[in-house]
Design a protein around this ligand. Structure first.
Ligand code: ZN
Ligand code: ZN
Ligand code: FE
Length: 762
């Protein structure tokens, strides 16, 4: 008996070879009907024998192509229409799109085989790709994902490519960026007085330049990298000088996993992360020092090649460990436009390896680490964005615009929270422009009219993101406190709407409910009922305001504000530079001085006390210095860092007094740094144990930039082991401000939900 079904498949199912898979499956099972992409994913009408149909439905999720992520298959009975065969139909122009945007994937093994097969027509062709791999988000101009809406629209396929594209049995059936050396884009090398227009020769020449110690700007998937030989200290030093990046670690790209193993220690989990199709940068313990690559750091950020071009460079003899850092000058976002690359990188690089395929949007490399609590993101971008990070049930779309540093935005629509790639520091003009473009992009791609969204921003009135949100023609505007958003992001990614938790945010700075600068906050409650502040770090002063975040010594002076005479004496005995004493005077006279509960500043202050007396040159530098001084040091003591349960205040004064004494006695800096980390973990434990008992709560949530500290996380893990308290940290989104937009969206959704329930009740 012949029956018919209408089937809908949701998830990442467009642009990943899903329709050809369905086609081949139907042919194999002798079923008729059609498959097509629409605004919700993939729609199928299928008819045939009942048994074959059942097998078909089961295979839709079980046998889906590797790059697909099927989240949902719904099946309905329908009328038999008598189709003679099975076909792939044109994409429907749907209403609002609930389809998920596919992300960029590393070149697959099948394509690599062709790349290095001298008999293949794509031999050494740097743009080889197929439905299982290659660019997606970085070439998509709008949805549905079809070639005319991608940056490949200007290249017409040759007969051979077109035949693959149209053959349902082919790996390249509807592979939108499909191309070959005859019909597709090429790479060109500029610089050193030459222009090499042939891809093969351009790559050869670039590899040679890299071997000779030159700096080459290399166009990748989401922007330009600056590449040089990581084992050539002069080249690395030159890159630092030209990029004006004196100290911030560079990531390296290595030829293969074997090479990676020679420069960093890798666990099985780290190797899997490194080799994943998203190919993030993985921070791992360095096995040897590459001079200048990661100063004052015992970790190294490593990634494997992910575009055919990267493989070709190594194949042609490029150094097997290369610095691969964002193509920009320090602090600016990565360059992705060719014109920009040629002008803005002119005094940074010696040559350009320019690919002709345009990049639709700027996407940096993702950065991950395997912490004591498992894999975490430090930066969520290429390969991960714009995948959903959580399910947020909300009847109306929510646009959360995040924080101003490490900005990301989150759009909650059709029950999914889709997070953008890392967009950077909105103070930078280019980053802000990318932010505006990404808001427009995501709204347009999901067909959400701006006037229908609830827009959520940080409570900080002067954030660029807040001001932008306020002028959007949105349905309504909401503001969410920064540290509540940090905690909420963790609950959201676990879909823990009702779970009551103690949430602790240890952070740099964020605008508090009372208008002061927060950054060491304890909350109790849940997403559903709301999070209530129940503790904080004893407020210190920030002499000089924002400047205190750039000069750790200035922060330290702020922690001594109530004992300035004693502090001045300590400063003299430790031969601190003049700015320490100036800051003490500012604090004493309360000039340009603000109270703050920031734990981030406490880490800075301790770093200063232990010898980091220069201004920082990148965010988090002093805390990272402190962490790496402490790594591998023996744990010999724990400093007093008492929690005042009555007032919910963590008092740093006994801690700093003890540390000053140690310092004046000449205790080893590494030993002190080590003890400090454990003391923070111990104080956290004492406070959470008391609060947990008081509130009847057994789950602790940790977020905020301070929890990027791997040593602190491992101390926390040890301290809470067997305590009966579950500790949750963020995994899908970063603990830093990159996770804020998800927390904002989640809190806004629950506030709207509560309002709706209350309305019903009246
Ligand atoms: Zn492939
Ligand atoms: Zn072709
Ligand atoms: Fe923050």
């Amino acid at each position: 008996m012949i029956v018919a079904k209408r089937i809908r498949v949701r998830g990442v199912v467009q642009g990943v070879g899903y329709r050809p898979f369905v086609f081949r499956l139907a042919e194999r099972l002798h079923l008729c009907g059609w498959v097509r992409n629409d605004g919700h994913g993939v729609a199928i009408h299928v008819e045939g024998e009942r048994q074959a149909l059942n097998a078909f439905v089961e295979a839709l999720s079980v046998q889906a192509p590797a790059a697909a992520q099927v989240t949902d298959v719904t099946v309905e009975a329908t009328d038999v229409e008598g189709w003679p065969d099975f076909t792939i139909r044109e994409s429907a122009a749907g209403a609002r799109l609930s389809v998920q945007l596919p992300t960029d994937l590393a070149v697959c093994p099948d394509c690599l085989k062709e790349l290095f097969d001298a008999a293949d027509r794509r031999y050494l062709y740097p743009y080889v790709n197929c439905t299982a791999c290659g660019p997606r988000y970085t070439v998509i101009e709008r949805l549905p994902y079809d070639r005319p809406y991608t940056t490949m629209k200007d290249w017409n396929m040759c007969p051979a490519c077109a035949a693959e594209y149209q053959d349902p049995a082919d790996r390249r059936f509807h592979a939108q960026p499909n191309a070959c050396p005859v019909c597709g884009p090429h790479y060109v090398l500029y610089g050193q007085g030459q222009t090499v227009r042939d891809s093969v020769r351009a790559v050869l020449q670039a590899a040679q330049l890299l071997r000779d110690g030159f700096i080459v700007a290399v166009k990748g998937l989401g922007g330009y990298h600056l590449a040089c030989d990581a084992e050539n200290p002069q080249a690395v030093e030159r890159l630092r000088r030209r990029k004006r990046r004196p100290a911030k670690p560079f990531a390296v790209m290595v030829k293969d996993l074997d090479t990676a193993r020679t420069i960093v220690e890798l666990s099985a989990e780290e190797e899997a992360l490194l080799s994943a199709p998203s190919r993030p940068i993985v921070l791992a313990r360095a096995r040897r020092v590459l001079p200048g690559v990661a100063p004052d750091n015992t970790d190294l950020g490593v990634m494997l090649p992910y575009t055919p071009l990267h493989y070709l460079l190594f194949y042609r003899g490029a150094p097997s460990v290369m610095v691969m850092t964002s193509g920009n000058r320090s602090g600016e976002p990565i360059v992705y436009d060719d014109e920009d690359a040629l002008t803005r990188l002119a005094d940074v690089c010696d040559a350009w390896l320019v690919g002709e395929r345009p990049i639709a949007r700027r996407v940096d490399d993702s950065v991950c680490r395997v912490s004591a609590f498992g894999a975490t993101f430090l930066r969520r971008a290429r390969g991960a964005a714009p995948l959903p990070v959580a399910k947020i049930p909300t009847p109306r779309p929510i646009l959360a615009v995040g924080s101003d540093l490490k900005n990301t935005i989150t759009l909650a629509v059709n029950g999914q929270a889709v997070m953008s790639q890392h967009l950077g520091d909105l103070e930078q003009y280019e980053a802000f422009t990318a932010f505006e473009q990404t808001v427009r992009d995501l709204l347009a791609m999901y067909r959400v009219p701006p006037e229908e969204v609830t827009v959520v921003s940080d409570l900080h009135p002067d954030y660029h993101s807040t001001r932008y949100a306020r002028q959007l023609p949105a349905l309504r505007h909401m503001a969410v406190q920064h540290h509540q958003a940090h905690v909420a992001s963790v609950l959201a990614e676990r879909h823990a709407w009702e779970r009551r938790v103690i949430g602790v945010a240890f952070d740099g700075t964020g605008y508090g409910d009372d208008g002061t600068i927060w950054g060491g906050e304890w909350f109790a409650g849940s997403l559903g009922e709301g999070l209530r502040r129940c503790g904080h770090l004893r407020p210190a002063l920030l002499p000089g305001g924002d400047a205190a975040a750039k000069v750790p010594l200035q922060a330290l002076a702020g922690f001594f504000a109530d004992r300035t005479d004693w502090a001045a004496d300590v400063g003299r005995r430790l031969a601190f530079p003049e700015r320490f004493f100036t800051a003490l005077k500012l604090a004493e006279k309360q000039i340009r001085t603000f109270p703050s509960t920031s734990v981030g500043r406490l880490f800075d202050a301790v770093a200063a006390l232990l010898g980091f007396t220069e201004p920082i040159t990148f965010e988090g530098q002093a805390a990272i210095w402190l962490e790496h001084r402490a790594r591998s040091q023996p744990l010999l003591k724990v400093y007093p860092f008492p929690w005042d349960a009555k007032h919910g205040v963590l008092d740093y004064r006994p801690l700093l007094e003890a540390m000053v004494e140690d310092r004046l006695r000449g205790e080893a800096v590494g030993v002190m740094a080590r003890a400090f980390h454990r003391s923070v973990a111990e104080a956290l434990f004492q406070s959470v144990q008391r609060l947990g008992e008081a509130h009847g709560i057994e789950t602790l949530v940790l977020s905020g930039g301070v929890f990027q500290n791997a040593l602190l996380l491992s101390d926390v893990r040890e301290r809470f082991a067997k305590s009966g308290i579950d500790v949750w940290i963020p995994h899908q989104v970063p603990a830093n401000d990159g996770g804020i937009s998800l927390g904002q969206a989640a809190l806004a959704a629950t506030v709207m939900e509560r309002a709706a329930v209350e309305k019903e009740g009246t």
